[in-house]
Design a protein around this ligand. Structure first.
Ligand SMILES: *Cc1c(COP(=O)(O)O)cnc(C)c1O
Length: 392
């Protein structure tokens, strides 16, 4: 019985998942290129934090994190202590900031793993101090101001003398003051300017009383590209690191992720043939139907039913009928040479056709962030380096 548990069983699982033709491929050269673009944009004296929360927006946090650091990012940003801890287990020693709030247990983990903590209420800061005192480790903290996001963070006017006193505790390394923009991707800059002014007020309050903490940071990807005044000396880059556009006319980024599968079955059907659950699609003319082993359990969302297109042999074809948990059906004109084994591009480039993450997001009525982070764990991630490929 025991031999059916442990290693053997895990071995089988991992073999099975990599044999499946459905996979995400991440181009490490694109990650480096995008970091380079952001570094050139901010220039000397401003550091880049690569935001690799949510498994690097679905791209694989440890691999992408390492690549971003190699390309010159100085920090990594995560959402939770657990995500940061996983990066430490993978051998990454760079500074890591937990961007979300931390519970007392997560604060213990953060201190053990040397992760910086975001704080925005004095109670949490107390917990951090207590934990630092108990363990004898210093806690790196960044104070978060709500300059207009209206989510976590303290009101600018709530940052007062009590905070300065509490941050002076010998168990604390006060590393940063930060805030987050609500509308840096919108065409209208009015509210971003309001947020910047509120953030500057807090900086001024500190500056006239004591030395500033070493890092001031406000900008996400969109703000880095659109508002140099928000750079301060550290910027937090997520979406753009992956080459997705932070706003419609963003230039020069390379999409890092492609998502492909294979045609596993083709059959010729007559006109008037129904396809899929609920019979939502009926062929108007004789057609070939190609089955592709990807579905909503992979994150190829059911909302794309009868809306998405895929690329096979450099041509676009519609996804017809309902998307199932594990399969989709693609309609092909009878004369087109689509065959079993053909590569199916769900997202990415094939020949002169491409399907962008934004195209899928728009069809779903959502944003690229949700599409990328929605690609499920069942889909294996593979890594290529097109710079090395080009060199061969
Ligand atoms: C996720 C996140 C970012 C990255 O935002 P992008 O728009 O993906 O660049 C930056 N800052 C904070 C606080 C975040 O939570």
């Amino acid at each position: 019985m025991d031999s059916l548990r442990g290693g053997e069983r895990h071995g089988l699982v991992s073999i099975a998942s990599t044999l499946r033709p459905t996979a995400v491929t991440v181009d490490l050269a694109a990650i480096r290129h995008n970091i380079g673009l952001f570094r050139d944009t901010v220039g000397e004296g401003v550091e880049v934090m690569a935001v690799v929360k949510a498994n690097a927006y679905g791209h694989g946090a440890a691999v992408v994190g390492r690549q971003a650091l190699e390309a010159g990012a100085r920090w990594l940003g995560v959402a939770t202590a657990e995500e940061g801890s996983a990066l430490r287990q993978a051998g990454i020693e760079a500074p890591i900031l937990i961007l979300g709030q931390s519970t007392p247990d997560q604060i213990v983990l953060a201190l053990e793993q040397g992760l910086d903590i975001t704080v925005f209420d004095l109670g949490t800061l107390d917990t951090v101090v207590g934990c630092a005192t108990k363990t004898g480790r210093k806690a790196g903290v960044h104070v978060k101001i709500d300059s207009g996001m209206g989510r976590v963070g303290m009101a600018p006017e709530a940052f007062d003398e009590r905070w300065l006193k509490a941050l002076d505790h010998p168990g604390i390394h006060w590393h940063g003051l930060m805030s987050h923009l609500a509308e840096s991707d919108a065409p209208d800059d009015t509210f971003t300017r309001v947020q910047l002014a509120r953030f500057l007020d807090v900086i001024e309050f500190i500056r006239i009383r004591r030395p500033l903490p070493p890092y001031l940071h406000l900008a996400n990807s969109a703000a880095v590209l659109r508002y140099p005044g928000t750079h301060f000396n550290l910027v937090r880059v997520g979406l753009g690191l992956y080459g997705a556009k932070p706003f419609a006319d963003a230039q020069g980024l390379w999409p890092a992720l492609s998502w492909t599968s294979q045609v596993v079955y083709v059959k010729a059907v007559p006109a008037g043939f129904w396809v899929g659950y609920g019979r939502t699609y009926r062929t108007e003319a004789p057609a070939k139907l190609a089955a592709v082993p990807v579905g909503y359990a992979d994150g190829y969302r059911r909302g794309l039913s009868n809306l998405a297109e895929v690329i096979i042999r450099g041509r676009r074809y519609p996804v017809v009928g309902r998307i199932s948990m594990d399969q989709i059906t693609v309609a092909v004109p009878p004369q087109d040479p689509v065959a079993v084994g053909d590569t199916v591009t769900l997202m990415g480039v094939d020949g002169d056709q491409s399907v962008s993450v934004d195209e899928l997001a728009e069809k779903l009525g959502t944003i690229s962030y949700e599409v990328l982070t929605g690609i499920s764990e069942r889909v294996p991630r593979r890594y290529v380096d097109t710079e090395i490929l080009r060199g061969i």
